[in-house]
Structure formats: C-alpha cells, structure tokens
Design a protein around this ligand. Structure first.
Ligand code: ANZ
Ligand code: ZN
Length: 832
C-alpha cells in the first residue's frame, strides 16, 4: 500500500533481523575488525532522550562500518549495580534491588530494541550478575596481590543522606553529587586502588589519543594535577628539624615573608609544647581542623590563622620570617607547609592583608604594558626577578633552574613532582554492589578469597533500612565464614565496590561474555582493542574514562593483554536541550522518547536526533523538527511506491560501469553527477567528521533531485536503469540512519535481503567533474565556432561531433579533411 505504516514495518524488520541474527559478530571473519561501543546505560527502567541520542550515533557508526566491509562488534549491556536500586527499595519497601534492576533491564531492553539498534545481543552483560562480578572480584584480587589494592584508615567524604562514602570525584562544591546533601568528614578503614602509580602515564599517554577532544584531555590533565616544583628546607630558630615546604614557584623565594603550617602538621605539637600562649593557639587549631576541605581551600572563603611566635630563616636570603598556622594549607598536599609569597600568590596575599604581614614584589612582568598594583592584588604570572640578589634579572624559568641547582648543592632543596590525584577510594557501605572478596581471620589477618571460590555472592536476604554500616554486616550468614587459610571462624569484608569499578572493564568482557574460565582472552583483547569509537556523554570525561584507562594499563601490566589504551576515538556527545535548558525531571522539560517512537516511529526519531545537530554539539529538541524528518521519510516512501513500475521495469540491475557520464547526456548526466556527489559527501561526513546532520542534508537534496527528475518527464524519457540506480543508492546511503524503512523499500524493489549487508556505494571521481565544457572550433587555425562537449568524451567521438556540425560542414564544404588536431578541453582544429 502507499500508506507509510511505520509500526508494522519496524516490528516486522526487527523480528526478521533478530531471527536471522543479522548483527551477530563473527569470530572467524577475515575482514578488518571494528569495535563500536556506546556507554552502557544504568537500568533506570526508562529510556531518556540522552540514551536515544548516544545509541543512535553509535548505531550509525556500526552500520556504516558494516557496510564498508568491516567485521563490526557492537554490543550492549547494563551498568546494573548502584544506589538508585537500593534507594528505591528503602523508599518503597516492597521491592528488592535485584528484582527492581532486572525488571528495569527487561523494560529497557524492549525499548532499546524498538529503536532498531544493531546490537549483538549474545554478548549482553549486566554488572550485577554473579557471572560478571565474579570477574570484577577476580580483577580486584589481582590488584590486591600486586599491591595495587590496599586498605587504610582515612578521613573520607561521608554523605549523611545516602549514608555512604563518596569518592572525591563525587563531591561537587562540598555537596553529594547525587543528592546534594552537605558532605561530612569521617574516619574509616577503606579500600583504595593505587591509581596514583599511573598518574604520569595517564597524562603522558594522552599523546596516543589523537582522536579524543582536546578539552577532555585537558580536563583529565587538570584532574590529575601534576606540578613540578621544589622541596625547600627552612631552618626554624630554636628547632633541630628544618621545615620542609613544597613550592612550584621557587623563583619567588625572596618574596616569602612568612611561613604557614597546616593545622595537622606534626610540628604543631612541638610548637604547642613550647609556646607561651599554648591555649590560644590550640583553640584556633581545633577550629581549623573542624572545617571541611572545601571551606578551607576555596578562594572565596575566609582565611584564618594564628602566629606561633617562632621564626624561620629563608635559606637563600637569610631573612627571618614568622611561622603561622592557617586553615588554607592542607596536610595531604605537598609537605603540609608552605613559604607564603603574598606579592605573587593571591591566597597568601589575602592572608597577609588580614594579618598585616609584609607584601613584597620580587617578580615584574616581562611585557612593559602590564600593570602591577600590589595595593590591589597579587601578581601571579611568571616574569623577571627583581629584589632577589644575584638572581635579579633572570626570568622565572631561569631562576627555577638556578635556584634548584644552588639549593640542591647546599643540601637544602630537591626537585619534586606532585599530583592532585589521590588514590581511588572504592569502599562503599552499601548492599547493591560487588562484595570485596576479602576475609578477616583472628589468626591469619586479612586473607583474599581463593579465586576458585569466586564469586563471593551477594545474599538475596538483606535488611536494607538505613544505618552507617554496610547492610551486609547485618546478614550473619554472609558475615561469618571459615578462614580460607586456617579454617577457623572468620568474618567477611562487608563493603562493596564503587560501581565505577564495574564499568572500568566491561568493554573487555563483551569480547568473551560467556567465558567461565577467564574474564577475557588475551588474543581477543589484542584483536579488538582499543575500541575504535566510544560514544558517550562528556559528563563521564573525567571519572569513568580515567578509571577505564587506569584499568586497561593495569590489565596490561598484569600481562592479561597488550593494549595501552581502551578507547582509540572518544566521540563526546552533547546534551539534549529543550527551551534552551538541559532536559531533566527537576526542570519539568522532559520529552519522553517513547512517545516519539509511538507517534513518529524509530526511523524518524533517530533521524531527527541525528539531523538536529552534529554529535558533539548540544541539541535543541523541537516538535516541528521531528515532524519534518517524518515528512522526509514519507517522501522517500512515496518516491519508491509511486514509481514502482518504472523501477521494477528494469529487471536486470545495471552495473555501475554502464552508468558513466560519457554514456549519458543532459539531465541524465546531471542526476548521475549528483548521485556521485552525494555519495562522496555522505561518506566523508560520516567517516571523517561524524557530521551526520550534513550527511542527512545531502541525502535530502539527492531525494529532491531524483524526485524532480522523475516528475518532470514522461515515462519514455526516463532512463530506467539510471533512475533505479540512483534510488538504490539513495536507500543505501539512508540505511544507517533509517534502517527499517530502507529495508522495506530495498526488498520491495526485489533486492536481496538485507540492505544492511550490502556494500556501501562507491563514488567515481570522474563522474563528479563538471560535466560540460566549452571548446573552440577552428578551421585551418581560424576560430569559426564554439560548442559544449561532455568533459570526459573520447577523442573519436569528439571528432565525429565536430564534423557533424552544420557550421563546420559549411566551411569544409567538399574539401578533404586532412587532419583534426585536438587540444584537450580547449579546441579542435580541422585542417582542410
Ligand atoms: C610559593 C608560591 C609562590 C606558590 C607563588 C605559588 C605561587 P600546585 O600548582 O597546585 O601544585 N601549596 C603547596 N602545598 C600546599 C598545601 N599543602 N596546601 C595549600 N597550598 C599549598 O600548587 C603548588 C603551590 O601551592 C605551591 O607553590 C604552594 O604555594 C601551594 F607566587 O609556593 B607556592
Ligand atoms: Zn585464618
């Protein structure tokens, strides 16, 4: 029928594809492999527009590469552990996190399938299934055995509302990333992964990631926060020990007018012991210790401090300067002590202003036109040294090097690299996560669970009501176990792992999803990894991607694979906006993709999402937009349906070779040229730039051209094979974007199932060239005529055409043509 009934078509082909296992990845293909991956979803139970966007983008890449002859791997799974399941259980009481999660997975799987995405569902995984987390635990044990996982007591970020520990990364402006409650400090023994061992590699290997957005690499680099500086020793009068500071700006040392210790600094005890106003200082120190890290370090927050009364000596200038204790210096960074340079550091400046300390300029700008006004603020740039004895006149860089040398020679300083990155805290006091596979025995201490006993399964029985400890500690059956070493009664670790651990290696498990012997086979990882294109939101640019990179390097160092990086190309997709703001429940501006799928179908929804903006940019939702794409699909539909007789009149498919520019003329040539031009444009947009929006525009233009061609003429003037060829190519180009309607129309034309297994159309450069050009015609060297000729005409044909012209015949008359000279693309000279 002429009616475009997308519901029927889409369901039909989804079934057919599944029945014929169209998207299963072959394990023994000779073709080059291509691994297309999108960030797997948390199974919240309902698709949102962000999902539709990320999975549509990935699907175009996968389908395109398949048509280009690659052996494509395109898997899907579920990031299934985590708080929402547990919180839902606590709030609603009657639903277990396990059941909630698997119900949601069922729902979302149906929804994803209704989008017509080309996944190999055989490799589906869920991080919350024992078959998966068994290997998460196994990887943890490998790290434990290699001293990359360790337990230590430390102050942690505690969210009082989620009742769990948060990684630093999950604390935003002092608030819990999820529930926005104010985060507190708490002392707990916690498990950590030693990501700091990899800090340098995580920065330096950015070099391998040419196809990553620079801004993402920059964000990771800032997060790791590598800074090169000096440790310098300042003698303190009356103390044996020297006070060691870390500074990235030794060039400013002549401007150091006081020192600052963190309130937690070990020297503070000694100072208190020997100080005259001990009580006073002690009170201030306690006050500072109570503050949150955020409160202490934010540039806006008030600096508080106290003078210890002791004096330090500047090792280069010999100057005596006071020693303070202040809140804005942290014990965890550097040495927990600084030389304060108020002229050139804004925090030091603010503190100096408040406590009436000296502010001295020792750096001036290199450029003449930059003003420095130390009455107003610190001058924090590098420049040229002044007021610095023999170092005056050097640039900051030169001074760094000279001072480093001088101080090192004098045994007073040493170069050092510091990082802002801390080890990854993975302990969570929650139920719905992978249990940490460790046992505590009174005799043997901390004992790893033997690998053959994995997984340490999460018990289904659990009391979930809120409480500071892990719910697992209330399950006696889980808690009590026998020591794997001595067999005596022992206790299990009751913390579970941060869900970011689960998602740090899932892309490896897809390669071997059913394997019960190993998490993944080395040769498969070596074949498929790094992932060729990884699509996902930029909100994961720091955490998830950094952790996955870290895990990949650990996997490599454990000799489980030979890859350095997990993702070769990271395609960071923008947000979906409505009325200029991010779609979110709290803003009440959510458009439900399921409504769109049922109103316009999967093809139109996908195409709208891909057409509205290139993947990297934010996308503005628009109802007229999706209606426009829906109309476009119907145009293609009618083009085929209404002209079916002509299209099918050409029973034998024409080969490409027959349809060349030289065999065609006039508008036939135009259409041919347009077709090749469109193929070229779409191919390049998809493969080189991933600008799917402009690719779709090109397909729309081609549709217009073909429609005009057909509607402008009577049937006998239509070149049937050309028309059919251009319609077929149109469908092939459209197939990755609108997989259902193209499959329907493709098979309707009598073509072999499936369009998604066809080769991507080729374009011929020769067919693209301007089709006509003007040449001059000479008779015996005199220009007598001009004519338009096809650009790629053969010489014999050209000569024939020239001789047949009325004007030429008139001049030649009955004379014998002695010679015809052809100057390509310029002129033809007929000699008589
Ligand atoms: C003197 C100085 C002069 C500094 C100047 C900066 C500018 P990044 O780049 O982040 O590594 N610092 C060192 N340890 C600290 C701590 N535990 N708590 C708070 N601040 C600390 O920063 C290094 C700089 O941060 C160091 O260099 C030190 O201040 C400060 F014009 O020393 B600087
Ligand atoms: Zn034991």
């Amino acid at each position: 029928s002429f009616e475009y009934n997308f519901t029927q078509i889409e369901e039909k082909w989804q079934k057919e594809w599944e029945g014929k296992s169209l998207y299963e990845t072959s394990e023994d293909s000779q073709a080059e492999s291509f691994y297309a991956l999108e960030m797997f979803p948390y199974p919240s139970g309902r698709l949102h527009m962000g999902h539709v966007r990320v999975y549509s983008i990935g699907d175009v890449m996968a389908r395109f590469k398949r048509m280009r002859g690659y052996n494509v791997l395109h898997p899907m799974g579920w990031d299934a552990f985590g708080l929402p399941a547990e919180n839902a259980a606590i709030e609603h009481g009657n639903i277990h996190p396990h059941d909630w999660t698997w119900d949601n997975i069922d729902q979302m799987k149906k929804q994803l399938k209704s989008m017509g995405l080309s996944y190999d569902w055989n490799r589906e995984l869920a991080t919350a299934s024992p078959e998966y987390y068994r290997w998460t635990q196994w990887l943890f044990l490998q790290m434990y055995k290699n001293d990359l996982a360790y337990k230590k007591k430390s102050a942690v970020n505690w969210c009082p509302s989620c009742e769990t520990v948060l990684a630093n990364e999950q604390v935003v402006d002092g608030e819990c990333e999820r529930c926005e409650a104010a985060v507190e400090d708490k002392e707990l023994a916690q498990w950590f992964l030693r990501i700091t061992d990899y800090a340098d590699q995580l920065i330096d290997d950015h070099e391998l990631l040419e196809k990553w957005p620079d801004r993402v690499k920059e964000m990771q680099k800032n997060w790791i926060g590598r800074s090169k500086g000096l440790r310098i020793n300042f003698p303190v009068k009356g103390f044996e020990e020297e006070l060691e500071v870390f500074t990235t700006r030794p060039d400013t040392i002549y401007g150091a007018t006081y020192m600052v210790l963190a309130p937690e600094h070990p020297l503070v005890e000694d100072i208190l012991d020997r100080s005259e106003n001990q009580e006073d200082i002690k009170a201030r120190v306690e006050e500072m210790k109570e503050q949150q890290e955020e409160e202490r370090t934010s540039p806006k927050s008030e600096k508080i401090g106290v003078d210890t009364g002791f004096k330090a000596i500047n090792p280069l200038s010999g100057e005596e300067i006071p020693v303070y204790i202040a809140n804005f210096v942290l014990m965890e960074y550097g040495t927990g002590a600084i030389m304060a340079v108020p002229g050139h550091d804004q925090r030091d400046y603010d503190f100096a202003k408040k406590y009436g300390l000296n502010i001295r300029q020792v750096i001036k700008p290199e450029a003449e036109d930059i003003e420095v006004d130390l009455e107003e603020e610190a001058f924090t740039e590098e420049g040229v040294l002044i007021n610095s004895d023999k170092y005056s006149g050097l640039t900051s860089k030169e001074a760094f090097a000279e001072m480093a040398r001088d101080l090192e020679e004098a045994g007073l300083g040493q170069e050092e690299v510091n990082y802002r990155l801390k080890d990854w805290l993975i302990s969570r006091q929650r139920y719905w996560g992978a249990p940490i596979p460790i046992v505590y025995c009174d005799e043997c201490g901390r004992v790893p669970v033997p690998e053959k006993e994995l997984p340490v399964e999460l018990p289904y029985e659990v009391e979930l009501e809120a409480g500071g400890e892990s719910p697992l500690s209330r399950n006696k059956d889980f808690l009590h176990t026998d020591c794997p070493e001595c067999g005596q009664e022992a206790r299990r670790e009751t913390d579970t792992m941060d869900t970011f651990v689960d998602s740090s290696w899932y892309f490896l498990r897809y390669l071997d999803a059913g394997n019960e012997e190993v998490p993944f086979q080395k040769d498969k990882v070596n074949e498929w990894c790094p992932v060729d294109v990884y699509v996902g939101g930029v909100e994961h640019a720091i955490l998830h991607l950094l952790y996955a990179r870290f895990f990949t390097k650990v996997v490599r160092d454990l000799e489980l694979a030979d890859v350095d990086e997990p993702f070769d190309h990271y395609l960071a997709q923008g947000m979906v906006l409505k009325d200029g703001a991010k779609m979110s429940k709290s803003r009440g501006n959510v458009v439900d993709p399921l409504d769109m799928l049922s109103e316009f179908g999967a093809d139109a929804t996908r195409m709208f999402i891909l057409f509205a903006a290139p993947p990297k940019k934010d996308l503005e939702w628009s109802h007229e937009g999706i209606e426009g794409l829906y109309r476009f699909i119907k145009r293609v539909w009618r083009l085929v349906k209404e002209n079916k007789d002509i299209l099918n009149g050409e029973s034998a498919p024409v080969s490409d070779d027959q349809l060349t520019a030289e065999n065609l003329e006039g508008e036939d040539r135009d259409i041919l040229r347009f077709m090749h031009k469109s193929i070229k444009k779409v191919t390049e947009d998809v493969s080189e730039r991933q600008t799917f929006n402009t690719a779709i525009s090109a397909i729309m233009e081609l549709t217009n051209e073909i429609s005009d061609y057909i509607s402008d003429r009577s049937p006998e003037h239509i070149n049937g094979s050309l028309f059919r060829k251009s319609v077929e190519n149109l469908l092939l180009l459209l197939a990755p974007f609108a997989p259902h309607v193209t499959e329907e129309l493709w098979t309707e034309l009598g073509n072999e199932f499936s369009i998604h297994e066809q080769s991507w159309p080729h374009y011929r450069e020769s067919a693209l060239e301007k089709d006509e050009l003007e040449i001059a015609i000479q008779i015996n060297g005199q220009v007598r005529d001009h004519m338009m000729i096809p650009a790629e005409i053969e010489e014999d044909k050209l000569k024939e055409k020239v001789l047949n012209r009325d004007k030429v015949q008139k001049y030649v008359d009955n004379d014998e043509v002695k010679k015809i000279i052809v100057v390509p693309e310029k002129l033809v000279n007929v000699v008589v």
